[in-house]
Design a binder for this molecule. Structure first.
Ligand SMILES: Cc1ncc(COP(=O)(O)O)c(C=O)c1O
Length: 377
């Protein structure tokens, strides 16, 4: 058990190093063997990765594809939609989205002839509420990008409710599930978003380069991605220059030679989450989160996450007072083998399965002592 509180950044699980090393070693063996089995092996492993995600999302066959990052997943979808989808209309996103997606949208939506509408948090609030999203969401919103669980407050949206509103407005809705997947249940068929994007890096304990796109059959049929290549086809070896044809399923979101290594490196993490079970992982996180929330409530620090555990993901964010330097706080916790991070004055705490309950207590004691010291100055 350790003082690791960084699941919002990189997920951990017991024996992670050995299990990833063993997986990559199997890859190295197949890849270095002087025969013709390399791609057969590698593509089979990528298929296992996609099947793992498909189970987690409860997604239909052929509806999930790998992407390099969540940002590139969104780009692939946006530049695959019929051009009239966005032109002259609005694209809605909350101000507490992951900034990389906003950087992408700001330029792409301008080029597509649409207007990007960024819904702000209410004055003094740490996250954009579902009510604020709904208030800004009218019939001219062509595409809405929702963040299931945010990276700055761990606020969990009621995405099913938002998607249902989107359907009434004729909006195409996509959900970024990166911060929630692997710690809370997400059923893409029950929620009904047109597309879902996410990475394997956080609670799913994977590696970078292993993001995914899930799209409904209807959306897949409508999308003709601009970024395309031989691996967007049903048969990648169809090389007739005049006979390019998109695969009928999510494989059309592929382009050149697939990046199999991140998918393979992510298999041990996906297996760990499946074998341990989401409910067990969520219960473990909830117990540690409750301990942190109790301490925060009595600490005088401002909680920047919802106080109601049902409305948050696996993290708790607190605002450090002006009198404390966030870098110093993170550094001095690190010196005591307690690993956290800060965004501005927001201290982010995400305990997971490797985090010891006694380390949670030790973290609160260290923070109490730092706050006490500051109060005395
Ligand atoms: C909510 C959310 N979305 C997306 C990402 C990552 O996006 P990308 O894979 O494009 O770097 C993160 C990473 O922290 C995140 O917290």
């Amino acid at each position: 058990m350790s003082g690791y509180f960084l699941y919002h950044s990189i997920g951990m699980f017991p024996d992670k190093q050995q299990r990833i090393a063993a997986e990559l070693n199997r890859f190295a063996t197949a890849w270095g063997r002087e025969d013709d089995g390399q791609w057969g092996y590698a593509l089979e492993q990528q298929c296992k990765f996609l099947e793992g995600w498909r189970a987690i999302l409860n997604a239909g066959e052929g509806s999930v594809a790998q992407a390099e990052s969540v940002t590139s997943a969104l780009y692939t979808i946006l530049r695959g939609l019929p051009e009239a989808t966005v032109r002259g209309g609005k694209v809605l996103i909350a101000a507490d989205c992951f900034p990389s997606l906003h950087f992408l949208l700001a330029e792409t939506i301008r080029r597509l002839g649409g207007e990007l509408v960024t819904v702000p948090a209410a004055a003094g609030e740490a996250w954009v509420s579902d009510e604020q999203m709904l208030a800004a969401w009218d019939g001219n919103v062509r595409v809405a990008i929702l963040t299931w669980v945010t990276s700055t407050s761990s606020h969990r949206s009621d995405v099913a409710r938002l998607v249902a509103h989107g359907r009434q407005m004729g909006t195409l809705t996509g959900i970024d599930v990166t911060q929630g997947i692997g710690i809370a249940r997400y059923d893409c068929q029950a929620i009904g978003a047109d597309f879902t994007i996410g990475s394997s890096l956080k609670w799913l304990c994977g590696v970078s380069g292993a993001a995914v796109i899930h799209a409904t059959q209807e959306l897949i049929a409508r999308c003709t991605p601009e970024l395309r290549g031989w691996f967007s086809q049903q048969n990648p070896f169809s090389w007739d220059l005049d006979a390019f044809e998109f695969a009928p399923d999510a494989r059309r979101f592929g382009n050149g030679t697939p990046s199999v290594l991140p998918a393979i490196g992510s298999l041990p993490g996906l297996d760990f989450v499946r074998d341990t079970g989401l409910e067990a992982l969520a219960a473990d996180n909830a117990a540690k989160g409750a301990e942190l929330a109790d301490w925060i409530a009595g600490s005088g620090l401002r909680l920047l996450s919802p106080a109601d555990a049902a409305q948050r993901g696996g993290s708790l964010m607190v605002e450090l007072p002006d009198s404390m330097d966030a870098t110093e706080v993170v550094n001095s916790l690190r010196a005591q083998a307690l690993h956290t991070d800060a965004r501005g004055r927001v201290l982010r705490l995400s305990p997971g399965i490797v985090t010891g309950m006694e380390e949670v207590t030790r973290l609160t004691e260290c923070l109490s002592s730092m706050l006490g010291q500051k109060a005395e100055v």
